[in-house]
Design a protein. Sequence first.
Length: 384
Amino acid sequence: MRIPGFTSTGSKRPELLFGAADGVPIRMMRSEGCTVWDEEGRPFIDTVMALGAVALGYAHPAVVEATAAALRTGGTGPLAPVEEERVAERLCAVLPGAEAVRFLKTGAEAVAAAVRIARVHTGRDRVVTCGYHGWLDWCQAEDGVPEVVRDLRTEIPFNDRAGLEAALAMGSDVAAVVVEPVIDGAPSLDWLEALRTQTKTTGAVLVFDEIKTAFRIAVGGAAERWNVVPDLMVVGKALGNGMPIAAVTGERDLMDAVTRTWVSSTLATESLGLAAAAAVLDTYDREPVIDRLRQAGQRLFDTLAALVARFPTVAANVRGLPEMCYLEFTKPELSAALAQAAAQCGLLFKRDAYNYVSWAHTDEVLLEVSARLNEAMEEVVGRC
């Protein structure tokens, strides 16, 4: 095997998806709509949806056509493409608080860029975080991250106002408070308002990491849904419907700090990702995508709730929001057992956060998802 750890995307490792098991799909050949075919040609209904990166469905015709056209024009070159400014204008029209945009390729890059902007703007070093923000050094405590870097970050619990106030009371050196606004469930309005009030009081930059939530729970993510506008918002995943693109947005004067540091990437402005984002924005303009995701998500959420009621020895609770939800299990090992049984029933189901719906998840598909999950649950109970 040429790839240490099996695959370059950690969350796609078989042991994380299924645990140790035989006969489960481990590599895919193609995907379309909400169906994935593995290397043996077996089809699977999917609720993982590329870890939430796909909201319109795999190989969505508008995105395919747009990216193919961009590829035919060269895809990249020595000058900034016209699509960069056009997509930036469109994002500023739909994202709360957005007056300027910088593009990158991944969510991890984009959140790191937001932190760099905050540090330049404030002249401070410390960062307060809540949630998962990627693999880069500034937000990790893994082996290989220097202790001096780890010491610049303080992690606080979700929906915990006291924890936020304690972290900000530690000193006046906090450059940014970076939060995922949805973790395992909806944020309380008190939490969001405390984030906004406390950061304004201390001069820290409030960053919403909306990589998972933008273009899914609302076009403008949690900021739009709960009407609390951060200083900087980071978007990605569904923005490109599977194509690599992410962006940092915010008020113009704050965003101008990026010109006083160095945030750049050779392929930050290649045209395929920008074309995909433009096609996604066009589709959201034409179609009630957010309404569909909410309705389909509610059906999945209700299915999971019914599983909890029917199989209480296996499933303890449903976490998340309808648009991004998962089961909490009575024992950790049962999550792997269900994921394995679901795969054997032709369903790719995430054993932890999160499962996602897409535009392609019709009522008929969701009925089949429910049937296969119930069959998988019966199999798990039979093994116990």
